[in-house]
Design a binder for this molecule. Sequence first.
Ligand code: FAD
Length: 259
Amino acid sequence: MKTLIVHAHPEPRSLNGALKDLAVSTLERAGHEVRVSDLYAMGWKAVVDAGDFGTSASSPLKVTADSGRAFDTGTLAPEVRAEQDKLLWADTVIFQFPLWWYTMPAILKGWFDRVFTYNFAYGVGEHSDVKYGERFGEGTLAGRRALLSVTVGGRESHYAERGVAGPIDDLLFPIQHGILYYPGLEVLPPFVLYSADRVDDDGFQDIAKAWEQRLLTLESTEPIAFRPQNSGDYEIPSLELKQGLEPPGRSGFRLHVRP
Ligand code: FAD
């Protein structure tokens, strides 16, 4: 396996830092190649601006079109192109981050905003009256796998089906489906560590075992069964799920996971 770990925490000695270090050592010991994008350590710029597009930046700035032109003509900022190259090198991508305000830290969102450019992560494939591109199951990153490893301050019950924070699968849906599955990545069930602020040394030993177990079984883990856009499950051209495909009682984001 060739694994890219995208790590988003400002403190190397944090719990997130420890989980990232453990992932590197566990995977390398098992004979896999590992590369790490440690976003804070890299001083990653978290916002898209004209500087990302070099001579492809237009005035007024058109982020979508300019990013696509910069991708096509090789004028993307070198640090953005380098992250795209790492994604193309990897067959597995792990994202390590704490849940901050019910989503990823801004620096990681900024990584997606800058690296997942037009013509690379979106705008790929035929766009016509009968086809809306290669996305949600197809695209540039098809054939690769992704895994979220998330630490969460709240208790597991807060994120259960009736929990006050909302189900964790719903909270992660925009990342797992809207960002990762969109350009074709198969998404493995997330590794979620609840009550993260209360972890002590003993607790960490159990967590480390569970994390190692997940890491060593990545290749045999079944991805979440998101419905591919172009598989016949959706009406053309509205891209609404066809009537009758949902299991009884299922609604919301879960409609887009095959039973
Ligand atoms: P750390 O603070 O680094 O460590 C947590 C505990 O693990 C400490 O007690 C530490 O001693 C212990 N530990 C044990 N072993 C080790 C080891 N080997 N290495 C390092 N530490 C170890 N929570 C929610 O539930 N929902 C939210 O929406 C949310 N929003 C937040 C927004 C912000 C801006 C912030 C700052 C926090 C938010 N939180 C939220 C809480 C957040 O998710 C947790 O604080 C975070 O997940 C803990 O991860 P950490 O790496 O920062 O932990």
